[in-house]
Ligand binder design. Structure first.
Ligand code: ADE
Length: 362
């Protein structure tokens, strides 16, 4: 993978990239990072990259024409590259986001400075903006280093055993606790089970510990492991939605995809065409069956008695097992009676895909 970093502080990166696993990854040619000095693209003899903000206010703003020249060169040098602007205004980087970027062949990271970057850069010249957290750094350089580190360790061969990347914190919530010798230090003992040699018991203990600490410390992360427990039920789906269900199941790792189709002929035809999809007929029956589950409202602007997205997330976290998401139509009557928080679903596949993306933190 090639990563080009555009910055006014190219020297910032030398030490950070030369050490440890990142240094080794570079030596092995698994990741090649190059810096490009933004000032080289300034047209004047002072190499000016910033100017005063229109409308007044403190600080300087980085110029769109300079960034345009730098990015034109970058896109020529790295065809098909994904261009990312580091900015506190961006989506927050997640472990899933790092994995996604690791699939790119060429990445360009743009480091902003000062009070900001002309909005036209974000709007027209880059593919996305990324933040590394809800705090403001003096510039994007430290953030770019974080992105490079997080992305590089997802590349095959960078971390010794790929199993350890799969077991990372955040792949499935927080990581279980680790210990090494001595078995007892002061009055602090290593949990017995880890020294029992019983691999099954050790695995169960680790899973339980990881889950417990995730719920206690970072309950919002539980949703990231939710897709495997989600049942997605399309109510009277369109042909396009029906056709998309198997792919949605695969792409998000959903436990079950189902469709409720009242008309027996249409249901029989769909059953033949989509063997991986579970079908329900009578909505009343389906309602009884689903009434044990929590339903999630997918809309952002809830009506009376409905859940907002944030509330739905919260509920999903609290009841992580067996959550049913309905979309494409109103919830069946039986289910509505059994679960008062229940609701109508969003219209349209794009809304559903966007919702699932948010759920899994893509
Ligand atoms: N630049 C300044 N603050 C930042 C942040 N939190 N993430 C990414 N880039 C930044």
């Amino acid at each position: 993978m090639k990563i080009r970093v555009i910055t006014i502080f190219p020297e910032f990166f030398a030490a950070g990239l030369g050490e440890g696993l990142l240094g080794k990854a570079a030596d092995k040619g698994l990741v090649q990072v190059e810096t490009d000095d933004l000032r080289a693209y300034a047209g004047d003899r002072h190499h000016t990259v910033d100017d005063q903000p229109y409308g007044g206010g403190p600080g300087m703003v980085m110029k769109v024409d300079v960034w345009d020249a730098a990015l034109t060169t970058a896109r020529e040098a790295l065809p098909g590259c994904r261009v990312v602007l580091l900015s506190p205004q961006g989506q927050t980087l997640t472990d899933g986001g790092a994995r996604r970027l690791a699939n790119e062949e060429n990445l360009v990271l743009c480091c902003g400075r000062y009070e900001g970057v002309d909005e036209r850069v974000a709007e027209h010249l880059v593919d996305e903006q990324l933040s590394i957290g809800d705090y403001v750094l003096t510039g994007g350089e430290a953030a770019a280093l974080v992105v490079i580190d997080a992305v590089a360790r997802k590349l095959p061969g960078v971390v010794g055993r790929s199993e350890s990347v799969e077991r990372d914190t955040f792949t499935a919530g927080l990581k279980f606790p680790q210990y090494t010798r001595p078995p007892s230090y002061r009055e602090w003992a290593v949990p017995e089970v880890l020294m029992s040699g019983d691999h099954g018991a050790i695995e169960s203990w680790r899973l339980a510990e990881a889950e417990r600490r995730t719920r206690e410390r970072r309950p919002e992360l539980v949703v990231a492991t939710l897709p495997g427990r989600l049942r997605l039920v399309a109510v009277e789906p369109s042909a396009a939605t029906l056709a998309a269900l198997p792919e949605l199941q695969r792409a998000y790792g959903l436990a079950i995809v189902a469709a409720a189709i009242a008309d027996p002929e249409a249901r029989a035809a769909a059953e033949k065409a989509y063997p991986a999809v579970k079908f329900h007929g009578q909505l009343a029956n389906a309602g009884r069956r689903w009434s044990e589950d929590e339903w999630i409202h997918l809309a952002d602007a809830p009506g009376p008695g409905q859940l907002s997205f944030a509330q739905a997330r919260h509920r999903a976290i609290e009841q992580a097992a067996g959550v049913t998401v309905s979309f494409g139509g109103p919830a069946p009557r039986g289910a509505a009676a059994a679960a008062p928080a229940l609701v109508e679903a969003p219209k349209g596949l794009p809304a559903l895909v966007a919702w699932l993306d948010r759920l899994v933190g893509r």
